[in-house]
Design a protein around this ligand. Sequence first.
Ligand code: ATP
Ligand code: CA
Ligand code: CA
Length: 155
Amino acid sequence: MRDPVTAYVALGANLGKPAQAVCDALVQIGELPETKVVRHSSLYRSAPVDSSGPDYVNAVAEIATRLDAVELLRQLQLIETAAGRERPYRNAPRTLDLDLLLYGGARIDSARLQVPHPRMGERAFVLVPLAEIAPGLVPPGQLDAVSGQGLTLLK
Ligand code: ATP
Ligand code: CA
Ligand code: CA
């Protein structure tokens, strides 16, 4: 059997009960086949970027998984769908968004999956929670560059 791969998943939600949706998703990710949640960040609140609607709740999880990257994405999308995710238009408000940020050291550039996630480096709501659980993965200069984006720890 293949060795487990360390991967990072960004969680976000801004419709319904977003904090509950993120917490539920953390449990569901840990219940995926051949997958466990190693650690996860605090929950954060962020204003929508290029989008509208209520504030987001965001977090990042580190997982260890034996699923390949495409199957992991498929399983994450099933969790989104079960949470009521709809895609009426780009950047629409959503009940749950699960993005695969990193999958080991893999670089993937297919139509359905790009890893590292191509926009992760510009987003405080990804970089700050990622730096909380894996500081070595986020260069300080990159964190500084997004520090102007409003992001607060959720109590
Ligand atoms: P963004 O990708 O800018 O965060 P989004 O999360 O709102 O935007 P979605 O509508 O959730 O975008 O996803 C659109 C498509 O992105 C998905 O159908 C999926 O195939 C593709 N995709 C490519 N790379 C990834 C990745 N690393 N993680 C999640 N989805 C990805
Ligand atoms: Ca996203
Ligand atoms: Ca997504």
